[in-house]
Design a binder for this molecule. Structure first.
Ligand code: BDP
Length: 331
């Protein structure tokens, strides 16, 4: 009898507690959907999975991230829009397609603005990075950490590119950003903005002659199978972000915000390590597969040919001149 009574009391108490718990969790527990364009095993994919694990551990489960890889949730420009409006919570984005929406973020898409990866890291981890983040926040995106994406070079199915004149007449796929279209036009080529997922087929069927990307993406997409000339122009060094919807992030407790930021930064340390290794491995793999590679030791002709892209962009956006100078003067 006594036991029965106790049970009853406990169950009543438990029910009340359960209601309280479910109410609190409804108010605080966040389940985030995450977007990533890359395949399993790619540095960004591994790092975003690590990010998800770290977020869960560091927030004690207050925030969980479910990652969707291989671009299954849509194209990159659409996914950026979704994270801005909150349809998706988070993504690993290249700053290229963010640029048209956030002026400050677009400066990294000026050809040859960074001398090398080290210069890009110092700029992004310093005052220029803060200005770029602030610009992204204005459109509802918070950059929690920066990922690497190497340097982008031209590749095509026709011939080695040694000089800007070799691009004349070629149809070249670019990411969605007028700066990239301007860059190809400046070389006398025909730019073709297109989603990443369509490039392989377009190269294969001759809809485009070439494209441009870093070693890991050239390899992971199989583009090397259908565009066998890779020419080391290294005209763009575009950083990537782990970017979260501002409302979702700002709605977290201060402790959870710190935890999520830490998780993103730790994932970025891993991503950068994996990136370096993958860049070497991808290069080796495509070379073994018979890719015809050529270096372009003197890039001055490409810089000169692409300089009008800077001039035109800064004439239209004079308020960005200080940020461009800040980057150029970052030692
Ligand atoms: C890769 C980037 C990815 C872009 C892709 C592209 O990591 O975000 O979508 O290039 O060219 O290097 O579209």
């Amino acid at each position: 009898m006594f036991i029965k009574k106790l049970k009853l009391t406990r169950s009543v108490t438990l029910t009340a507690a359960a209601i309280a718990v479910s109410m609190t969790s409804a108010a605080t527990a966040a389940e985030w959907k995450g977007w990533n364009i890359h395949k399993p095993g790619y540095p960004n994919t591994v790092a975003m999975d690590k990010f998800a694990d770290l977020v869960k551990a560091k927030t004690n489960g207050n925030v969980t991230v479910k990652m969707f890889h291989s671009g299954v949730l849509g194209s990159q420009p659409d996914a950026i829009e979704q994270v801005r409006i909150g349809g998706l919570a988070i993504g690993n984005f290249n700053l290229g397609p963010i640029g048209p929406m956030a002026a400050e973020a677009n400066v990294v898409s000026l050809p040859f603005i960074f001398k090398d990866m080290g210069h890009m890291h110092r700029a992004l981890d310093g005052a220029a990075g803060d200005k770029i983040s602030a610009g992204m926040e204005k459109i509802g995106l918070i950059a929690l950490a920066w990922y690497d994406s190497g340097a982008r070079s031209f590749y095509n199915s026709k011939k080695p590119i040694m000089t800007p004149a070799d691009v004349t007449g070629l149809k070249v796929r670019v990411m969605n950003n007028e700066l990239y279209s301007g860059m190809i036009s400046a070389l006398g080529g025909n730019p073709s903005p297109m989603a990443f997922s369509e490039v392989y087929q377009s190269l294969k069927t001759g809809v485009v002659d070439g494209a441009e990307n870093n070693w890991p993406s050239y390899e992971s997409t199989g583009h090397f199978e259908v565009a066998g000339y890779y020419s080391l122009s290294q005209h763009l060094i575009i950083p990537e972000c782990v970017c979260v919807n501002a409302k979702a992030f700002n709605g977290l407790s201060a402790a959870d915000q710190t935890a999520v930021k830490e998780a993103a930064r730790e994932s970025a340390v891993l991503q950068r390590e994996l990136w370096e290794k993958r860049a070497v491995a991808s290069r080796e793999k495509v070379m073994k597969a018979g890719v015809k590679f050529n270096d372009i030791p003197n890039k001055a002709a490409f810089m000169a040919a692409m300089a009008p892209v800077h001039t035109k962009y800064l004439a239209a956006n004079p308020d960005l001149v200080p940020l461009v100078n800040l980057i150029k003067n970052t030692k």
